[in-house]
Write a new protein. Sequence first.
Length: 185
Amino acid sequence: MANGRRTRRDFYDAAFAVLEDGGFPALTVAGLCERLAVTRGSFYHHFDSFDSFVTELLTDWETRYSRDLITRAETIPDLVSRLRYQMELAAAMPHAAEAALRAWASVHPAVAAAQRRIDRLRYDYLAGLLIAHDVSAREAEAFSSLALSALVGFQMTEEPGNVSKLLVMFEYLIGCLANHAGKLG
């Protein structure tokens, strides 16, 4: 930034970069300040504590990488086109950061609660979308579980930059749904 001042958004962006590069153990006040080339005072100007920062970061994760992505696709009426657009948005997510957050969830109750909430939000959205387009509840639930499992499995097992594999998995799932559930649209 030209004036050297940092915003809360700068700290959230830096946190995702730290998570991408070093995992959750690297996410500290010192790590954030080093990444942004600011003092600890700058951090504490914006946040009361590291715990309050984590709470806000988790809200940002939910908003930016779930709620906002859902909203961006809402204008697409055709189901398959919307699924493909959602697939592209999912491919662009910070997968290594999400993997780090999932690992952190195994030892941090607030992160675990956020992860469960975000997974549920993603699942419910997708299942509801499919049901609204006349896919049976059973098929919608199965597809949503498979799509979420594909995303999480990719994040936990693949190189983050290899999103072509994720796109192939999602495209395959959309094809399976179209073949099994009949004509979609």
